[in-house]
Design a protein around this ligand. Sequence first.
Ligand code: NDP
Ligand code: MG
Length: 381
Amino acid sequence: MRSCCISLLGSTGSIGRQSLEVIQACGMKVGALTANSNVARMEEQARQFQPKLAVMMDEQAAADLKVRLADTPVRVAGGLEGLLEAAELPQADTVITAVVGMVGLRPTMAAIREGKRIALANKETLVCAGQLVTEEARDFGAKILPVDSEHSALFQSLQGCKDRGEVKRLILTCSGGPFFGKTRKELEGMTREDALQHPNWSMGAKITVDSATLMNKGLEFIEAMHLYQMPPEKISIVVHRESIIHSLVEYCDNAMIAQMGTPDMRLPIQYALTWPERVVGPATPLDLCSCGPLTFAQPDTEAFQCLALALAAAKTGGTAGAILNGANEAAVALFLEGKIGFLDIADRVRRAMEQVKVIQDPSMTQVLEADAAAREAVLSA
Ligand code: NDP
Ligand code: MG
């Protein structure tokens, strides 16, 4: 069933803004919008899309927004309570989770318990608590549809596959980021500005840094394990600089089915909202004759140690994902504040993974404790 009314968590961000373009182009309604502190952009969006509810995580920003929207029928709420209310909004059949970081976990769980369709961009949620989230979705009959381009490509390449036993391997493509081909030595001096230059995609700051360290691909590896119930040995990563093939499924007969397109997030966002239908939308078409040769290479886990750490966490399971993610969020924040160097990100994540004990089959409380302990380990290093 195609989405009609959407609750959009993280509407002022990169995915959030592109989601609104898709929603508008496809004639869908907006039930709720949420952001952290960008009041000016939220006011603009609320005036244009007239949601029932507009939420600012930051309470001061919520108070400010309330004044700005006093002449409209839009209700304003603040804090985590507001975010949860947006996730549970009765009018919305679909929730797009486009907030950044594991702050998305509780609202995602709340939306799942209401049986909503989840268009999931917020990969950190699955990395931290993939097992709990997917079990809850199964129990409450909530469908999770991927927004991440690689996972959408896998989802599209799996359409028509009735028996997952036929799948030999999921292959995630990786652009290689702005530092592709650099040695560890060369990576040492890379600055915030260098890391924020992504060759193919324009995204929020945190995921752009994750793409530069290749942690993003590691997080996506764990995301794929949970979304498609695949063991780590049945997932591989290939560097594909052009970002034209968004990922592939290799079947037991050695057929490979891939999804191709321009690097435009509006297509995976739209498919998550319209599946199982396809409709005309705003994504840019691909001109095959001008996209040049397509290349493939092995990722360099020696230079890009964040990827090696994530693959180790994927194998360990349990709270290892929450520890990896919490440590990475804290370390990337320090890097963006100019407090640590580029290679320190991996060093701090490694230290947290060594210090914090992994628990298998964790409860939600144990996931949250693992996340907090990992952040603490990074900050006290
Ligand atoms: P942005 O940083 O551009 O946007 C993040 C959004 O979340 C903003 O609306 C922001 O509000 C809000 N936000 C930030 N912090 C909090 C908080 N503590 N509580 C509540 N809301 C908060 O991120 P992206 O759009 O790039 O990424 C969003 C998610 O999608 C991430 O999980 C990312 O990994 C994933 N993703 C992104 C892709 C992309 O192309 N950008 C591709 C695939 C996945 P405000 O503006 O007020 O700060
Ligand atoms: Mg991706």
